[in-house]
Design a protein around this ligand. Structure first.
Ligand SMILES: C[S@@+](CC[C@H](N)C(=O)[O-])C[C@H]1O[C@@H](n2cnc3c(N)ncnc32)[C@H](O)[C@@H]1O
Length: 185
């Protein structure tokens, strides 16, 4: 699902664009976004954990991508206040990868109380043709509740403004990861 999320984002994200990684983690999506937007584009990444920032700084630094990325150690629920004014309504891509940090503390997880407000703000920040991908993991403790809240939020988006896709493997059971794709018309 993470590879599919990057593929869906690559369909819309162009050099020079603005992009957001709402859950930086180990930096794989931040790296992907930074590579896609090129030297004239910009990425802002959010994570609450210092270890996530440390690991991501390392991989971006090694690849010479740090100048196009700003990492913010705060929750994505503070997205609106943390974005420059010029980004509002101009963001081409947003990535959320929910759950816990791989190779990290598995008790620190994304939660619906902050995820849903962040999704709402992020959807409003998208430009026309902009896309948000949300990888959802119902399989861990707390994940099912978050998956339900996220899907409920998505169902309530105005269909005249946003296209929705929920991608699940045909062989998936109820706890399998899934990908929500929200594209602003
Ligand atoms: C599944 S990991 C992200 C993996 C990442 N996309 C990657 O490519 O490595 C989820 C991340 O969300 C972070 N997180 C949890 N609550 C958050 C919040 N309120 N705001 C931003 N990040 C949060 C966790 O610290 C964790 O690093």
């Amino acid at each position: 699902m993470t590879a599919l999320a990057q593929k869906m984002i690559a369909e819309v994200l162009q050099p020079g664009d603005f992009a957001i990684d709402a859950t930086v983690g180990n930096g794989l999506d931040t790296f992907f976004l930074a590579d896609q937007v090129g030297p004239h584009g910009h990425v802002i990444g959010f994570d609450i954990q210092e270890i996530a920032h440390h690991r991501t700084n390392l991989i971006l630094g090694e690849a010479g991508l740090l100048t196009r990325v700003k990492l913010v150690q705060t929750g994505h629920e503070n997205l609106a206040e943390s974005l420059p004014e010029t980004w509002h309504g101009q963001v081409k891509a947003v990535m959320f990868n929910l759950g816990y940090l791989p190779r990290g503390d598995k008790t620190i997880i994304t939660v619906p109380e902050t995820t849903v407000p962040a999704l709402e703000t992020a959807a409003r920040c998208l430009c026309h043709g902009g896309r948000m991908c949300v990888v959802i993991y119902p399989g861990h403790t707390g994940g099912e509740k978050e998956a339900e809240a996220v899907q409920q939020w998505a169902e309530n988006l105005p269909s005249m403004d946003y296209d929705l896709e929920l991608l699940v493997s045909p062989k998936a059971n109820d706890t399998a990861p899934r990908l929500l794709v929200v594209t602003r018309r």
